[in-house]
Design a binder for this molecule. Structure first.
Ligand SMILES: CC(C)(COP(=O)(O)OP(=O)(O)OC[C@H]1O[C@@H](n2cnc3c(N)ncnc32)[C@H](O)[C@@H]1OP(=O)(O)O)[C@@H](O)C(=O)NCCC(=O)NCCS
Length: 172
C-alpha cells in the first residue's frame, strides 16, 4: 500500500469540527476503549469474557485493514464520545451504516452530523453514491436525526420491525 492510499484510508486527525470534536479514523490503539465504551453505553451484557472481547478486537483490526470499512470516532478532550461505522457494499456503489452512536451526555450538539458529514466525504472520494441505514421503528430519535440529515425511507424495504432509509451522496 502506498503512503497516499494509507493516508486516504486512515486520514490523520482533522481540525476541530462544528460540534467542537475532532473526527478521526479509529486507530488500533483506540479499539479496546471503543469496544468498552460502546458496550457499556449500550447497556449490553458486561459479563462477556475475554475471549469474546479479543474476538471483537480482532474483528475491528480486520475491518481497519479492509478498505470497504469506514470507522470514524468523535473525540472531545481526547475521550471518545461518538462513533460511526459504514461498510461499502454492492460492488462499491452503495454503503450501509452498520453502527452509529453518540454518548448520551454529548447529544444534540451536532456530533452525529459531523460524523456523517465526514463519512460522506470519505465515501464520495471512493466513488460511492448512496448510504443506507436500517432503523428500528421504535428508534424515534434515530429516525428524526436521519430525516433531518437527509435520509428518506426506501419503498418496500420493510423488515420485521423497521425499514431501510437512504441518502444519495451528491458531492464528489
Ligand atoms: C441518533 C444519534 C446518533 C444522534 O446523535 P447526535 O450527536 O445527538 O446528533 P446531532 O446532534 O447531530 O443531531 C441531533 C439533533 O440535534 C440537532 N442539533 C445539532 N446540533 C445542534 C446544536 N448545536 N444545538 C441544538 N441542536 C442541535 C440536530 O438538528 C438534530 O435535530 P433532530 O434530530 O431533532 O431533527 C444519537 O441520538 C444516538 O446515539 N442514539 C442512540 C443510538 C442510535 O440510535 N443510533 C442510530 C442507530 S440507526
Amino acid at each position: 500500500m502506498t503512503q497516499d492510499s494509507g493516508d486516504f484510508l486512515h486520514p490523520r486527525p482533522q481540525e476541530i469540527s462544528l460540534s467542537g470534536c475532532t473526527i478521526e479514523t479509529l486507530q488500533p490503539s483506540d479499539i479496546e476503549t471503543y469496544i468498552d465504551i460502546f458496550r457499556i453505553r449500550m447497556g449490553e451484557d458486561n459479563h462477556e469474557d475475554n475471549i469474546i472481547t479479543s474476538a471483537l478486537i480482532k474483528d475491528y483490526e480486520r475491518r481497519l485493514q479492509n478498505s470497504n470499512w469506514i470507522l470514524l470516532i468523535a473525540k472531545k478532550d481526547q475521550k471518545i464520545v461518538g462513533g460511526l461505522e459504514a461498510e461499502i457494499i454492492g460492488g462499491g456503489e452503495r454503503s450501509q451504516i452498520r453502527w452509529g452512536y453518540v454518548d448520551q451526555r454529548f447529544r444534540r450538539k451536532g456530533i452525529a452530523t459531523d460524523l456523517y458529514t465526514r463519512c460522506e466525504d470519505v465515501l464520495a472520494k471512493k466513488g460511492v453514491s448512496e448510504m443506507v441505514v436500517f432503523i428500528d421503528d421504535r428508534n424515534i430519535r434515530s429516525r428524526k436525526f436521519h430525516g433531518t440529515y437527509g435520509f428518506e425511507p426506501v419503498p418496500d424495504s420493510r423488515s420485521l420491525n423497521g425499514k431501510l432509509y437512504r441518502k444519495l451522496i451528491t458531492r464528489s
